[in-house]
Ligand binder design. Structure first.
Ligand SMILES: [Zn+2]
Length: 70
């Protein structure tokens, strides 16, 4: 199982594409583009995440907001 390197969760996106970042984080932090190792490190630094720490968020609420349903 491949977990998101930003929030630590796994979803269909990480499972099916082998992406290092889940679909919600891809949209939220990477503008829908690819998340390279360098970009992931930059985003993690911006969020103030220590090694082994993951960004906490409500995935359902985030997804709904992105789709304009919140
Ligand atoms: Zn994520």
């Amino acid at each position: 199982m491949n977990n998101c390197k930003v929030c630590g969760k796994d979803d269909l996106f990480t499972a099916c594409t082998g992406s290092d970042v889940c679909s919600v984080c891809t949209q939220k932090f990477f503008g829908g583009g690819s998340a390279s190792k360098v970009k992931i490190r930059a985003v993690r630094a911006r969020l103030g995440l220590e090694d082994g720490e993951f960004f906490q968020m409500d995935h359902g609420a985030e997804a709904a907001r992105m789709l304009g349903r919140a």
